[in-house]
Design a binder for this molecule. Sequence first.
Ligand SMILES: *Cc1c(COP(=O)(O)O)cnc(C)c1O
Length: 385
Amino acid sequence: MTSHLDALGNDRVRRFLAEGQSDGPVLVVDSEVVRANYAKFAHALPDTRVFYAVKANPDPKILKLLAELGSCFDCASVAEIDMALATGASADRISFGNTIKKERDVAAAYARGVRLFAVDCREEVEKIERAAPGAKVFCRILADGAGAEWPLSRKFGCAPEMAADVLEHAHVRGLIAYGVSFHVGSQQNNVGAWDAALASAAEIFRECERRGLALSMVNLGGGFPTRYLRDVPAVEAYGASIFEALRAHFGNRIPETIIEPGRGMVGDAGWIEAEVVLVSKKSDAEDEIRWVYLDIGKFGGLAETMDEAIRYPIRTAHDGGATAPCVLAGPTCDSADVLYEKTPYPLPVSLSIGDKVLIEACGAYTTTYAAVAFNGFLPLASHVI
Ligand SMILES: *Cc1c(COP(=O)(O)O)cnc(C)c1O
């Protein structure tokens, strides 16, 4: 079936889809967009090292490209560490950024040469001491996720007041107390969101200094947004705001910094082509809302529609014509597999069964969130071009 979305996507993605014979939903990632995003981060934060958050999209081609561009990697597991190493990047370009690690995984990372680990409590420090002696650790602190469309819970990080104790504990145990990290919440629309966390970080640096510990690094985390339906500030605005906050809180003793962009690196590089499986109504009443069922839903890769948090732009070949609100749902026999219902999604009234749609900004947090065979549906197919 040919795609009827000729005016949509970018040229490269359009051409790829036009040639394709895919029978199911497919993600196409344009590596040129990833390349441009990396350049934007490098330009906006010139003194900051980039550790790409592998979990956002671990496709080997994306990792290889980023490695060639000079990126380092923030990994959440030994499997992700192996994916990063497979690019040819050396282990000193890898951070084991998950604060919740099995001790044997710490040992496995150490055996592979990884020497940089996240912690947020004394118990985790002791695992690192035993399994990765002498390694560098940074302490993650809780940050207020206000302004983020995909806020993070209290699962990761300790109260800022506890961080100096955790870092001192690391020092006493023969580890290198290296710095502080935080994450201001994913899809963070407020360019000023880093300020409060940097104030806390600077206070931890001072407290550690009083205890005779010289910290080196602040890990600014991820949170840089992708454009979905609404415009987001440019990466340059984030860079300027972060630099201003660093100057305000650290004066002329600005520490080494790293960022861990995930969504901001790959989100807008990916398009999912999907198909309308069914358009129907639940009654014959005049004002009854249409239900539109796609061949992709929450279990096929669009998990971030949970609580309708992320609203993807959806393009159709009927765009420009009259629209009406729809409930948008996925194809599985699970009643949770509804994408947008509380806030119905406007789609063209002429949209019909068999039409293809193009879902934009799907490069991050889609393939890895797709179930392996829930209801017998294959995991989301993915191509990096
Ligand atoms: C997920 C994650 C990131 C990436 O976050 P984005 O909002 O996608 O940029 C960065 N750092 C850590 C520790 C993470 O867990």
